[in-house]
Design a protein around this ligand. Structure first.
Ligand SMILES: *Cc1c(COP(=O)(O)O)cnc(C)c1O
Length: 335
């Protein structure tokens, strides 16, 4: 019997039996009182990995981002990011609704950073008639850009620009793990120079839920207040934090397998493998919705994210057999 191969997103992974066993054993306490030892351990581990003083466990990546950018951007100020950024496109206007923040965006080819475009956009001290820029947001890897790893020279140039203009710098590192594995560089190197960094445990790492926001001790203390205010204070949540700890310990290095499978998908389906840096493959097809529908009829699920934009994401629950099945189904549909 063929099973369903779900390439819509790396969020669809289910906890493995080993992860569930670890969760069941987790020590817990009331985390709103700061008394959940497993949450505290996760926060310390992620802070250490990312090279920050402190970190905060949050239910979703969106909340991690929203807390990060609100710490850097006062109401009535703007944050700049690229036009495909998750914070601008996929968080349902949260920055405007909750924080009084507006956006301006630059266009980025495949989500790649372009310091010249950003330099043209930022207006750090715009005076009494125009919106002043308070912060810049960067996404690494870039989701809608196709799992793009941000180029080092551009990253360094953006950090310099932010320092020059005293702008805050937020990193949406939902898939920073993938960037670290793809480049072979330590996470703390990729996170260095940012003021706030959010990472997801529930994407390729395969935890059922959870993200972490890393920052200075002072900023994390402030984020803790806002997390509670938003309704994101959680109680005996060590049971979920343990899934994240397990994922970091056991599922990080294996992201390389997802990257190799994504490359193979690209090769077999006629995309340029050079554009596949991590676990996301973008295909340009005549009718993305039609391809997704026909593939689904044959148990292969993919995302149509635009009229011609088909996204395929490899992850923990797609093995070589599943990949073969996906290729067999998709090849005639995308030809
Ligand atoms: C998934 C994702 C997030 C967080 O999404 P949630 O569904 O809120 O956990 C943030 N940024 C990027 C780039 C993502 O891909």
């Amino acid at each position: 019997m063929r099973s369903i191969v779900d390439l819509r997103s790396d969020t669809v992974t289910r906890p493995t039996p080993e992860m569930r066993a670890a969760m069941a054993q987790a020590a817990v306490g009331d985390d709103v009182y700061g008394e959940d030892p497993t949450v505290t351990a996760l926060e310390q581990e992620v802070a250490e990995l990312l090279g920050f003083e402190a970190a905060l466990f949050v239910p979703t990546g969106s909340l991690g981002n929203q807390l990060g950018i609100r710490l850097l951007t006062p109401p009535g100020y703007e944050i700049v990011c690229d036009s495909l950024a998750h914070i601008a496109r996929a968080e349902l206007g949260a920055a405007a609704v909750f924080s009084g923040i507006t956006f301006r965006t630059w266009k980025a080819d495949r989500g790649r950073l372009d310091v010249d475009a950003i330099a043209e956009l930022v207006a750090p001290d715009a005076g009494p008639y125009q919106v002043s820029t308070a912060a810049i947001a960067v996404e690494n890897t870039h989701n809608f850009g196709g799992g793009t790893v941000q180029p080092d020279d551009q990253l360094e140039a953006v950090k310099k620009l932010a320092r020059t203009h005293r702008l805050g710098l937020h990193l949406d590192g939902a898939r920073l793990w993938n960037a670290a594995v793809a480049t072979g560089r330590p996470l703390r190197e990729l996170a260095a120079g940012f003021d706030t960094v959010s990472v997801c445990l529930s994407k390729g790492l395969g935890a059922p839920v959870g993200s972490v926001l890393a920052a200075s001790r002072e900023r994390v203390a402030e984020a803790r207040i806002w997390r509670k205010r938003y309704g994101g204070g959680m109680r005996q949540v060590g049971i979920l934090a343990e899934a994240g700890r397990y994922a970091i310990a056991h599922h990080l290095a294996r992201l390389a397998d997802d990257h190799a499978r994504a490359r193979r998908l690209a090769e077999e389906l006629g995309a340029d493998p050079e554009t596949v840096a991590t676990n996301i493959v973008v295909l340009d097809v005549a009718d993305a919705a039609a391809v997704a529908l026909k593939a689904a009829e044959q148990d292969v699920l993919v995302s149509a994210l635009g009229p011609r934009f088909l996204r395929l994401v490899t992850h923990l629950d797609v093995d070589d057999g599943g990949l073969d099945q996906a290729i067999e189904v998709l090849r005639p549909l995308v030809a």
